[in-house]
Ligand binder design. Structure first.
Ligand SMILES: [Zn+2]
Length: 283
C-alpha cells in the first residue's frame, strides 16, 4: 500500500470511529514528508495534520485563500518547489475543503467589502475573478491546481501530486486526484507539455507568454543578498545623488554551537487567561 492509500484508509477508519486507526510512519520513510496546500480557513487548524494521520514534522503546510494555484510558475508554485527541493518533500497534496468561503463569495460582495475597507473599485485589478482565482466548485479548483503543479517545470515528474477535499465538519477525506495513477500513465514528450486550458486572463497570459522557461533570466544572487551586505543598515540612495561606495564587509562571526546535551527550545508565550465576564462580552 502506498502512502496516500494508507492515509485514506486510516482516515476512513478513523471517521468510522476506529480508535486504533493510524499510519505506521516507519513504513513510509521514502514517501515523507508530505507537502500540502490548503486554504487559510481557521477551521482547518484543528484538522491538520491529524486527518492525514501524519506527525507534524512530516507535514509541510502551505496555505493561501482558497488553496488556489494561478499558474505553473506562480508564487505558490515557487513555495511548493522549494518545499520539495530544500525541505525534502516527496509527495504533494492540494487539499480543498467543503463550505469554502472563497467559493461562496461573489464579485459584487468582494467589491463591496473592499469598499468598506476604503478601497474603491478602480484601485482593484480589472478582472477580479481571474486575479483572485475565485472558483465555483471546490473539487474543480483542486483538479485545476493539481493540473498546474503537474505541468509546472519547477516540479519534476517523480513527485506524485494528489488532489483531495476534506469535510470541514467530520475531517473525512475524498481523494479527487490520485497522483500515483497520473504518474503511471504514459507521459507526454517533454516538448508536448501544454498549459491547462483556462478561460480568461490567467490562461491567456500563460499561453500568450509562450512559456519558455529556458529563456527566463534569474538574478544570480539571493533576494536580499547584495555585495557587502554584512551591515544591517539600509541606505536608500537619493535620486540624482552620486552612488556612495559600498561599506567594507565586516567578517561574520561563526554561529554559536548549541549548548551540549540540550536541544534548543523556542519559548512560547503563556496562555492568555480569560477573566470572568470576558467570555460573554466577546459575543
Ligand atoms: Zn476555504
Amino acid at each position: 500500500m502506498r502512502l496516500f492509500e494508507a492515509i485514506l484508509d486510516a482516515n476512513r477508519r478513523a471517521v468510522a470511529g476506529d480508535l486504533s486507526a493510524g499510519l505506521h510512519i516507519a513504513d513510509y520513510a521514502q514517501e515523507l514528508p508530505v507537502v500540502a496546500l490548503t486554504c487559510i480557513d481557521p477551521r482547518l487548524n484543528r484538522l491538520f495534520p491529524g486527518v492525514l494521520a501524519l506527525p507534524e514534522e512530516q507535514f509541510i503546510w502551505l496555505r493561501n485563500a482558497g488553496n488556489i494555484l494561478t499558474g505553473p510558475i506562480s508564487s505558490t508554485m515557487r513555495s511548493l518547489a522549494l518545499a520539495c527541493v530544500v525541505k525534502g518533500g516527496r509527495e504533494i497534496a492540494v487539499i480543498g475543503h467543503t463550505d469554502c468561503k472563497i467559493r461562496h463569495v461573489t464579485i459584487s460582495q468582494l467589491t463591496e467589502r473592499f469598499r468598506e475597507l476604503g478601497i474603491e473599485r478602480q484601485h482593484l485589478p480589472e478582472n477580479l475573478t481571474d486575479y483572485f482565482g475565485v472558483f465555483a466548485s471546490e473539487r474543480q479548483n483542486v483538479i485545476r491546481g493539481v493540473d498546474f503543479i503537474r505541468q509546472s517545470p519547477l516540479i519534476g515528474p517523480r513527485i506524485p501530486v494528489h488532489g483531495l477535499v476534506v469535510d470541514i465538519q467530520s475531517g473525512q477525506l475524498e481523494w479527487v486526484v490520485n497522483g500515483y495513477d497520473v504518474l503511471a500513465r504514459p507521459s507526454a514528450a517533454p516538448g508536448d507539455m501544454r498549459l491547462p486550458t483556462l478561460g480568461g486572463e490567467v490562461g491567456d497570459l500563460a499561453a500568450g507568454a509562450g512559456f519558455n522557461f529556458g529563456e527566463m533570466k534569474f538574478p544570480e544572487s539571493k533576494i536580499g543578498e547584495t555585495a557587502g551586505a554584512a551591515t544591517p543598515s539600509i541606505s536608500v540612495p537619493k535620486i540624482g545623488a552620486a552612488p556612495s561606495p559600498p561599506p567594507a564587509p565586516t567578517p561574520k562571526p561563526p554561529p554559536l554551537p548549541p549548548p551540549p546535551g540540550r536541544a534548543r527550545v523556542v519559548p512560547i508565550p503563556p496562555p492568555i487567561q480569560l477573566r470572568p465576564g470576558d467570555r460573554g462580552r466577546r459575543g
